[in-house]
Design a protein around this ligand. Structure first.
Ligand code: CA2
Length: 150
């Protein structure tokens, strides 16, 4: 059985498609999940969202223990504040894709300094919700390449 890809979403992203469509688009997180599952094909996917920091940390621990093949994470506001999530991600040995729907660098100063980028394998920002299936495809590609090289 193939190891799963974890797609973890931080605070307020359950409101996606319902507020600020000029920044985040009209797509809901339920629709994003469907896009991700389609992009993953036969690779199992754990798609989760939480407004609680500890829950995201627990899910990263779960991904470490299982183990997951890779993690895609949109930590939302925790991107800029959470050393605890950074520390948990540091313990994961597979590829980590940091994802933002908006281009955080184009926005206010408070959104410019990501703690997670320091340890991410790659960063996707500014592609809107379409960034998610792109992240799944590129992570699956990385994972398959490593498996073939192993
Ligand atoms: O662009 C992203 O994906 C962000 O991670 C979203 C975060 C923000 O703090 C980051 O700077 C960039 C905020 C998520 C807020 O979620 C909303 C969802 C729907 C409507 C409005 C806000």
């Amino acid at each position: 059985m193939t190891d799963p890809i974890y797609v973890l979403n931080g605070p307020n992203l359950n409101r996606l498609g319902k507020r600020e469509p000029e920044i985040y688009g009209h797509t809901t997180l339920i629709e994003v999940e469907a896009w991700c599952r389609q992009a993953a094909g036969s690779t199992p996917l754990e798609f989760r969202q939480s407004n609680r920091e500890y829950e995201i940390i627990e899910w990263v621990h779960e991904a470490i223990e299982r183990p997951a093949a890779g993690i895609i994470i949109n930590p939302a506001a925790f991107t800029f504040t959470s050393i605890a999530i950074l520390d948990a991600l540091k313990m994961f040995s597979g590829p980590i894709m940091e994802l933002h729907i908006s281009n955080i660098h184009k926005r206010e100063e408070i959104y410019h300094h990501s703690l997670v980028s320091r340890i991410a394998t790659g960063v996707i920002a500014g592609l809107g919700p379409h960034g998610y299936p792109i992240a799944v495809k590129s992570l699956a590609g990385m994972i398959n390449q490593n498996l073939r090289q192993a």
